[in-house]
Design a binder for this molecule. Structure first.
Ligand code: 1GP
Length: 254
């Protein structure tokens, strides 16, 4: 009942092997002066979705950014909230994230209880998402704020079992995140371990800085590739990363 067109499209894309490219906009980091450039480049490059969020939104820019995107593009906007204050009816959908790699009950279910009545009344499409933090070589804001340990990068079995449990609990998407600004993106071994054992569409992000890294993640089995930091620094990367993602197909890992 809460899953609508966006989820239908994501599952259809997984079936056909079509990879999707997401630009993550963090309202705290994105200067409005740069927004025009990012939005224009995203339209020109065929970006599929915007994720809007960050671990710590300290500005009141959330609604403004959503309005600006809606005026300039038809690209769907999906909230990627770092906490239950980062909600807005002006987006198209929300990743309803449960941090299943951690053992912080507030981020597993507590915040969701508080947000549920607001979401029930909202027009947002709700995308129940198992969120797994993978160690990317630096202590990230999300790891500090969530007070959880990321999954070690050399433990694909832990990631696979965690994602399996999330899928069995009914989560409709999995998100493997090395955290914004990670030194190392999520490895192909972890991506392929998760994608081989689960059927739901797989989102991968954190520390992807160039087309090669995006292609590597997509070929390992990610269905949706998210890039934030690198694009905030250089919006010129959008077209090359978009091309790399859209021309990738999952390759078997030898
Ligand atoms: C972080 O997956 C996103 O949650 C994107 O990370 O900013 O490092 O691209 P980057």
């Amino acid at each position: 009942m809460y899953l609508k067109q966006i989820y239908k499209n994501l599952t259809a894309d997984k079936m056909t092997g079509q990879k999707r490219f997401v630009v993550l906009l963090d309202p705290d980091k994105m200067r409005l002066s740069k927004m025009d450039q990012v939005l224009k480049a995203s339209v020109d490059a065929g970006v599929d979705y915007f994720f809007i969020g960050g671990s710590l939104i300290v500005s009141d820019m959330l609604d403004n950014i959503l309005i600006t995107i809606r005026e300039a593009t038809n690209i769907p906007t999906i909230l990627f909230p770092g906490n239950s204050y980062q909600l807005s009816y002006k987006a198209d959908a929300i990743l309803f994230l449960s941090l299943i790699s951690g053992r912080n009950s507030e981020l597993l279910i507590g915040n969701h209880v508080l947000a549920a009545p607001y979401l029930k009344m909202s027009p947002l499409e709700i995308l129940p998402t198992g969120y797994l933090l993978i160690d990317g070589g630096v202590r990230t804001t999300v790891s500090y704020i969530s007070n959880t340990q990321p999954i070690p990068p050399d433990k694909p079995d832990i990631a696979a079992c965690t994602a399996m449990a999330g899928e069995m609990l009914g989560m409709k998407l999995m998100y493997l995140d090395a955290g914004s600004g990670a030194r190392h993106p999520v490895s192909p071994e972890i991506i392929s371990a998760v994608t081989n054992i689960t059927d739901v569409p797989l989102i991968v992000g954190g520390g992807i800085r160039n087309p090669e890294a995006a292609r590597q993640a997509a070929e390992a089995g990610a269905n949706i590739i998210v890039v934030g930091n690198a694009i905030e620094k250089d919006p010129g990367l959008i077209s090359d990363i978009s091309f790399a993602v859209h021309t990738s197909r999952t390759q078997p890992i030898s």
